[in-house]
Design a protein. Sequence first.
Length: 255
Amino acid sequence: MNDALALREILISKYRYAPYDITILIDDPKSAPQGVTTNMPTYANIMTALNALVRGTKPGDQLVFAYSGHGVQSGEDQSGDEVDGKDECFLFLDGVLTDDDFAAQILSKVPKGVRMTVIMDCCHSATLCDMRFSYNVNSATKTCTLTEAPRTIQLSGDIVSIAAAQDDQIASDGAFEGKWVALPNGRRQFQWGDSHGAFTWALLKVLESAQYRPLDPTEMLMRMHDYITATLKKTQRPSRSAARSDLATTVPFTL
């Protein structure tokens, strides 16, 4: 919930999105701040919201889909396009959406000239969008490498995804910031802040430190990698993917 609300806040305050253009689905709608309309993140509600997001778009439009939740790997590759022989999947409250179905049912509907940014803070998420090109940090050499994989679904839109972890990794979460508060007895106690996904927290901090300017893909990945591994002490490695190589390696990241 905190990831969704934090991203909503910067979309409105820093990137000038209108509140009425943002749909929030969280598993505890009653805890949402006053004035924020939400619904439960069921399979049906998520698919309805995603279809509404891409429906009727035209060149020049900008879309954002952010997901913080569970991700899993299936025991088989339905279309034969996975290097590791496993499909990656969104695990919703009441259903599963495979990477093949996400690409076919949602991403393929994004027309050419429409920019869509997909933010995935979940386990096993690097290729969850099933896009042809992946851009990853090599922790040993501190460089980024572009790889290509065959895909059965052809995508026309200018879609870029950033993901919390490699396909064989889990994504961490926790409270990463807090403050000392005074107690009635005169002592002080450290109070942790809200819990967030490590990847989303790193994204928020990297965007803030860059003053929300567009970030070169290599700079973006390196900053995210360093914040997650050095500051948060997590082993997960973020990833960027796209349907075209230039989208993966040269088009700046912005919301």
